[in-house]
Design a protein around this ligand. Structure first.
Ligand code: FPP
Length: 259
């Protein structure tokens, strides 16, 4: 049986917007954990620890608001540059959060997926991600994509590589190089690249902590996204912040390049 998330203790409810004014895909850069910890004189890892509750809140808020796609940036390919201790913590932390929360997400009918490169990730982290994906794969509610060891440019490059390889294979051995080249070149289109990516077009791109950057997150999918930057640090966020951001999105006039 599918349970709705427990209501927010304040009694707040999600904005009542029709599907045409609601975002179908929300992307979130959960930024500010390190600063949150520093403000308290604690190690950066305490900020990440505190960020778990915010993640659960925002997933609850997305389920309640009826958002179909939520994609969160948990670990970027650039995050390997952090100290070995922080990288180690973040890896173990992804594993624990997944194990601790997957049944809750499953009970909310959330379908968990992950996007990112297996390369460099510890097998135990990959296994935990795969297990959560497997457990929830038949769920029909929110699709929650966890971006772990993810980079937007790498995702595009991999997608183009797959499309080109499939087209070249299909061309067969009988064709001359020029004909193969033409076939491969024609196979690479905006549509085929979009279809090969893990997530659909982003409607609303939200970053917390006052920073105003995309940081290589879903760069192809966000070509026409509405960008919303808010000041709170990630651990201070709850589902009401998501709902506020969705309200701001609903007020925007999206023209997709048209006059
Ligand atoms: C950015 O803050 C945050 C992260 C690098 C990690 C966020 C991850 C989670 C909250 C949950 C991950 C969970 C799963 C299940 C994969 P920062 O360290 O860049 O903060 P700063 O900009 O203040 O230094």
């Amino acid at each position: 049986m599918t349970a709705q998330p427990y209501p927010h203790p304040s009694g707040a409810t999600p904005p009542a917007l029709g599907p045409e004014r609601s975002p179908a895909h929300v992307a979130v850069v959960m930024d500010g954990n390190g600063r949150w910890a520093r403000e308290r004189g604690e190690p950066r890892t305490e900020g990440h620890r505190a960020g778990e509750a915010a993640l659960v809140e925002v997933v609850a808020g997305a389920v309640e608001a009826g958002v179909p796609w939520l994609t969160v940036y948990a670990f970027s390919t650039e995050n390997w540059k952090r100290s070995p201790a922080e990288v180690r913590f973040l890896m173990g932390y992804s594993r624990t959060v997944l194990r601790r929360r997957r049944d809750l997400f499953d009970s909310w009918n959330v379908r968990v997926r992950w996007a990112g490169e297996r390369r460099r990730l510890a097998p135990s982290v990959v296994k935990e991600l795969d297990d959560a994906v497997q457990l929830t794969r038949d769920n029909t509610g929110l699709t929650l994509t966890l971006c772990v060891n993810y980079g937007g440019r790498a995702e595009i490059a991999a997608a183009v590589g797959e499309i080109a390889a499939a087209a070249a294979r299909g061309a067969g051995e009988r064709w001359d190089a020029e004909r193969v080249a033409r076939t491969v070149s024609r196979a690479i289109t905006e549509e085929s690249i979009s279809a090969a990516l893990a997530t659909p077009a982003v409607d609303l791109f939200w970053r917390t902590s006052g920073e105003q950057r995309l940081s290589n997150f879903l760069i192809w999918q966000s070509a026409y996204a509405e960008l919303v930057f808010t000041d709170k640090l990630w651990p201070d966020v709850d589902r009401r912040d998501l709902w506020e951001v969705i309200r701001r999105y609903a007020e925007r006039d999206r023209r997709f390049g048209a006059a």
